[in-house]
Design a protein around this ligand. Structure first.
Ligand code: 3BY
Ligand code: FES
Ligand code: FE
Length: 410
């Protein structure tokens, strides 16, 4: 069902403003097409910079079929490699994260330095060339305190994102943050359902009692396009910009990513049950009631930069109907748990929100699995962000299948 001709007809038959046809959410062949045409071409959020604080800090993850390793070298540079040994291919780092001075393959102990060079391989004979058996590099870059990778041979231009995200995130001091907590959950739903759900708050009043204490359920603030449609949003942007906080809606033409700072409910300042701060004010922030800097980047991340902490969300596809969501809570590195912040207070709202979202996504998937499912209309008012995401997805897939043969690194 998913040869290129069929896929093209399915994509072309897709009506803007309606949810996708069932195979887009259920079919393993289409899942593979998503990997080939989106996940193996775009920049993918891998880890917060704060997770790689010193030389030898590393993080590993599975990007579709590719095990990937991100490591900070002795020179301080962060690099990414395919996590597959140049001997017989074993994964080199089986752990999800850690600290290493050298990368030793667990199978036959071939040993690489943190720059990916092969340092040692036992009994390979006099003609063996160490220098041509280094780890295979993966494109790696950071923006706004977030490390991204791209497994394509030619990665898309990262410069516009880096410039924008670095500038907007700077007052939150992304290179002075530490990971206070991380959670990893599996949602039994297609990755697009996870992203669609995040791009609207039509479901928020019904699902997120904790989050709604502080997050404004107003589609004009965070949907598609400029948030200046909301007078509250416009006033917030003006006040923050005047205090030196980059806040104005900013996105490239295709809205592959979007930055905008929006207010929270009333006098609340953070995602806590009482709306009061969860951690000390980040040192670059002029005031506490700066709301949240919203930043998403397709296909796999949305983020909140608050005045006292930063939340990074990483979405990774696992199968046609399973998606991993990793959440990182970041606070200033000098803040001490128990003295300056309480972990429960810091994390309880989004732990609950993630779980509530997991449930709605799973129910969404179960209903779509029904042969009776038909694409339904999005609310133009409430689901502009979903329409924009789905349109982006259809365009990206069409571009992918009509472009040159797949260029992902072998
Ligand atoms: O995380 C977000 O971006 C918000 C929270 C609820 C829905 N979404 C618009
Ligand atoms: Fe890595 Fe043999 S597979 S040392
Ligand atoms: Fe939600």
């Amino acid at each position: 069902m998913t040869d290129q001709g069929n896929l093209r007809s399915l994509l072309q038959a897709q009506l803007s403003g309606q949810s996708l046809a069932r195979p887009f959410y259920t079919d393993p062949g289409l899942y593979q097409a998503d990997l080939d045409n989106i996940w193996y071409r775009e920049w993918i959020f891998a880890a917060p910079l704060a997770e790689l604080p010193k030389a030898g800090s590393y993080v590993t993850f599975q990007l579709g079929g590719y095990p990937v390793l991100v490591v900070r070298g002795g020179d301080g540079e962060i690099r990414a490699f395919h996590n597959t040994c140049r001997h017989r291919g074993s994964r080199i780092c089986p752990k999800e994260s850690g600290q290493a001075t050298k990368l030793v393959c667990p199978y036959h102990q071939w040993t690489y330095d943190t720059n990916g060079q092969l340092l040692w391989a036992r009994d390979m004979g006099p003609d063996f060339d160490m220098s041509s058996h280094g780890l295979q590099p993966v494109h790696c870059a950071s923006a706004g305190g977030m490390v991204y990778v791209c497994v394509a041979r030619n990665a898309p231009d990262f410069a516009p994102l880096r410039e924008a995200a670095d500038r907007y995130a700077a007052p939150h001091r992304p290179d002075e943050l530490k990971v206070a907590h991380q959670s990893r959950i599996i949602e039994r739903g297609n990755w697009k359902l996870v992203m669609e759900n995040n791009r609207e708050c039509y479901h928020c009043a019904g699902s997120h009692p904790g989050l709604c204490r502080t997050f404004l359920d107003d589609p004009d603030l965070f949907g598609s396009g400029d948030s200046q449609g909301s007078a509250l949003g416009a006033a917030h942007v003006e006040r923050c910009e005047a205090a030196g906080l980059p806040s104005r809606y900013l996105a490239p033409e295709d809205e592959l990513w979007r930055l905008v700072r929006i207010p929270l409910v009333g006098e609340t300042v953070s995602y806590t049950m009482d709306g009061k701060p969860a951690a000390p004010l980040l040192p670059g922030m002029p005031f506490a009631n700066a709301g949240t800097l919203l930043f998403y980047h397709y296909p796999n991340t949305w983020n909140h930069y608050l005045s006292d902490h930063v939340l990074n969300f990483r979405v990774m596809p696992v199968s046609a109907t399973e998606t991993e969501v990793t959440t990182s809570w970041l606070v200033h590195k000098d803040a001490v748990e128990g003295r300056d912040y309480d972990l429960t207070r810091l994390t309880e709202v989004w732990i609950a929100t993630n779980d509530e979202d997991r449930r709605v996504v799973q129910e969404n998937q179960l209903g779509i699995n029904s042969p009776a499912y038909m694409p339904g209309p999005y609310s133009q008012r409430q689901e502009g962000g979903v329409i924009q995401f789905v349109d982006w997805y259809v365009r990206s897939m069409l571009r992918g299948i009509s472009g040159p043969a797949r260029v992902a690194a072998e």
